[in-house]
Design a protein around this ligand. Structure first.
Ligand code: GRF
Length: 195
């Protein structure tokens, strides 16, 4: 299976996914695309020998359809079978998500369906939750709303700040996403739960 990965920033999840696709793994990374030219993940992908591309959403001045048409064109050239959103921070319209239905995954730093959207760790802390975590889900038209394919939980500890909680969740993202992709690429939709 050919996997394309969409990023917007540091790309730590992209690195974890790319590093996992070795040996008898049924998938290989074929392209990393960022919506921002300065994304640190672009250099990390190039260092790993993975082709990269930039589709700068700012060039399309709010015209989501035009941005997505260019993104689709760049993706199609790489012929991916699976799309992994990894720290990708643009909302995709139903036009794009429908084209990738059943073939696109996203990782979100909360225990969905709680805390869809942004600032997930601050919201979990404000709510007094005893645990937090991350979820991998299929991408649908509903933001952070598709079927759950995996979750990883971490405890919330006294004195936690959003930064400390994020630092506890991120390593779990790097374990969860590759575990889900390995099954998904083999056609297995059984959800993964960690620990
Ligand atoms: C991570 O918390 C991820 O869950 C969120 O973006 C953050 C950075 O991801 N979507 P990455 O380091 O760019 O993969």
């Amino acid at each position: 299976k050919r996997v394309a990965i969409l990023i917007s920033g540091s790309g730590s999840n992209m690195v974890a996914l790319a590093e996992s696709m070795v040996g008898d793994h049924p998938a290989r990374p074929v392209l990393v695309v960022s919506n921002l030219p300065g994304a640190g993940g672009l250099g990390r992908a190039e260092a790993m020998g993975i082709a990269t591309a930039v589709v700068d959403h700012r060039r399309f001045a709010g015209d989501r359809a035009a941005f997505e048409a260019e993104l689709a064109r760049v993706l199609e050239a790489a012929r991916p079978d699976i799309l992994c959103l990894a720290g990708f921070m643009r909302i995709l319209t139903p036009w794009f998500t429908a084209r990738w239905a059943g073939r696109a995954l996203n990782i979100h730093p909360s225990l969905l369906p709680k805390y869809r959207g942004l600032d997930t760790h601050a919201r979990a802390l404000a709510a007094g939750d005893s645990e937090a975590g991350c979820s991998v889900h299929e991408v649908t038209a509903e933001l952070d709303g598709g079927p759950i394919l995996g979750q990883a939980r971490v405890p919330i500890l006294p004195g936690d700040t959003p930064e400390r909680l994020a630092a506890r969740v991120l390593p779990m993202e790097h374990e969860l996403y590759p575990a889900v992709l390995r099954r998904y690429a083999a056609g297995d939709r059984t959800p993964v739960f960690l620990p």
